[in-house]
Design a protein around this ligand. Sequence first.
Ligand code: ZN
Length: 87
Amino acid sequence: MHAGLEEGKLNLIVFDNEDTLRSLLEGLGLEVGQGKKILRDGKAEKCSCCDEPLTTKNLGNLMPGSLELFCDRPTCLAGYILRYRGH
Ligand SMILES: [Zn+2]
């Protein structure tokens, strides 16, 4: 895992592989269930912005400290950053 910008993609965290991501999620108290769905307390976790159910495939970013997860649409993360900076 490293922080940085990928060309054409707004990403704060880039996950190198699924095992890293899985252990990170488990460390945060989340689970990876069937179909690579991300679960919190057994329920499907959704993007904090657009309510898209999250999997390890479409997870775009997570915000350390807030436990808010986002899908891989750049607009969702951008929306969060704008909201956060507005406070
Ligand atoms: Zn989203």
